[in-house]
Design a protein around this ligand. Structure first.
Ligand SMILES: [Zn+2]
Length: 145
């Protein structure tokens, strides 16, 4: 499995926004944050918002004490992708070609949509056991082409 790193400057931006929004009751980005996110992610930001428009809340699966977390994103063609909260990896084709291959994108729309959903608290939590987590993890890599 190949993992790419979100560049430090982009990760720092995400964390700053996350930190600001954490304490807010109404969780949303300011116009300035949207501009900053757009300059960091470009067209991928738009695609991530399209995902979140279609699926306003994402399912997350977490084990006891949130030690292990996976976020599920429904993709095109009824495919389903699972990503980790802070790891820049997705089994989708865009990640493989645009992020790891051409390095044309920082990340894919699934990873970014997952991160945005977490920041804005647009998630539905499902508690799972360690065994179930391992099964989800396994199925995630089976779906990799
Ligand atoms: Zn992806």
């Amino acid at each position: 499995m190949s993992v790419s790193k979100i560049p430090v400057v982009v990760e720092t931006l995400l964390r700053e926004i996350e930190e600001r929004i954490r304490h807010l009751k109404t969780k949303q980005f300011t116009d300035e944050e949207l501009l900053l996110l757009h300059s960091a992610f470009g067209a991928v930001l738009q695609r991530a918002f399209e995902v979140l428009e279609k699926y306003p809340t994402l399912e997350i699966y977490s084990t006891a004490n949130n030690t292990r977390i996976l976020i599920e994103i429904k993709g095109d063609n009824d495919r389903c992708y699972r990503v980790f909260p802070r790891i820049n990896f997705c089994p989708c084709q865009a990640f493989k070609h645009q992020v790891l291959g051409k390095k044309a994108q920082v990340t894919c729309k699934h990873v970014l949509a997952a991160r945005i959903a977490l920041i804005l608290d647009k998630i539905v939590e499902n508690k799972i056991t360690q065994d179930q987590y391992l099964m989800l993890l396994q199925s995630m890599f089976e779906s990799e082409d």
